[in-house]
Design a protein around this ligand. Structure first.
Ligand SMILES: C[S@@+](CC[C@H](N)C(=O)[O-])C[C@H]1O[C@@H](n2cnc3c(N)ncnc32)[C@H](O)[C@@H]1O
Length: 223
């Protein structure tokens, strides 16, 4: 049995620099592979007209576009991402879709969400981002999500997940994460368990596989 999660040793500055370099190529490298899982997560979150939704680690902004369409002209979307390269691309995408007025984009570390008022949001969305935070930060980020949601608010997370015992693909990925952290910056985590331990009531979990790696799509609710 192996219930440990690999640590993340790089600094936030290194994370920013790495995603800045990657931003122009991100859609080519990861876009089409990850789309199916992102869309699945959005479906579970099911944002409605008039709602206020936060996306953490919005990347090139595809989900911000979907969320802004879903909340409509009376709703609000907030995005936070650590990379200014990603933010520029997302902003351009929202502008070209005519949706920029519905979205507030913040540059920064999502481990610090103190610019968002407690109990102010209907939903939080994260895809392929929770697994980038170091072990002590995962519960911190999730507790911040809990704090900023209204009672009954939803959290949808799409994440690479560790199985116990870990399969071959997980062990290979962990090896890459350890030895080439700049190329494999994320690693499988126990997503559902972390969400539950941070005070959410689990509503729904789907488990799928991406290149043999387990992916969990989890919907949690603030009681
Ligand atoms: C793997 S990408 C996923 C992008 C997008 N969610 C998607 O599914 O296409 C991770 C994103 O999280 C951002 N990120 C990494 N560390 C972050 C942090 N500490 N705070 C906020 N965003 C972060 C990166 O800049 C990047 O845009």
């Amino acid at each position: 049995m192996d219930a440990t999660i690999s640590r993340v040793n790089r600094s936030k500055e290194d994370a920013r620099a790495s995603y800045n370099r990657l931003s122009r190529w991100y859609d080519v490298i990861a876009g089409s592979t990850e789309k199916k899982y992102r869309d699945w997560g959005l479906e579970k979150l099911s944002a409605r007209p008039g709602e206020s939704i936060l996306e953490i680690g919005f990347g090139t902004g595809h989900c911000l576009v979907s969320l802004a369409k879903a909340v409509g002209p009376t709703g609000r979307v907030v995005g936070v991402d650590i990379s200014d390269g990603m933010l520029s691309i997302a902003r351009e995408r929202l502008r070209s879709e005519g949706l920029i007025d519905r979205v507030d984009l913040h540059l920064g570390d999502a481990a610090k969400l103190d610019f968002i008022e407690a109990g102010s949001l209907d939903g939080v969305f994260m895809s392929f981002t929770l697994e980038l935070f170091d072990n002590p930060e995962i519960p911190r980020v999730l507790k911040e999500c809990h704090r900023i949601l209204k009672p009954g608010g939803r959290l949808a997370v799409v994440s690479m997940t560790k199985t116990n015992p870990p399969g071959m693909a997980v062990r290979m990925y962990e090896w890459f994460h350890k030895h080439m952290p700049n190329y494999a910056d994320c690693r499988p985590i126990f997503a559902r368990q972390s969400i539950e331990q941070s005070g959410f009531v689990i509503q729904d979990v789907s488990v799928s596989s991406m290149w043999g790696l387990p992916v969990e799509i989890v919907l949690g609710k603030k009681a």
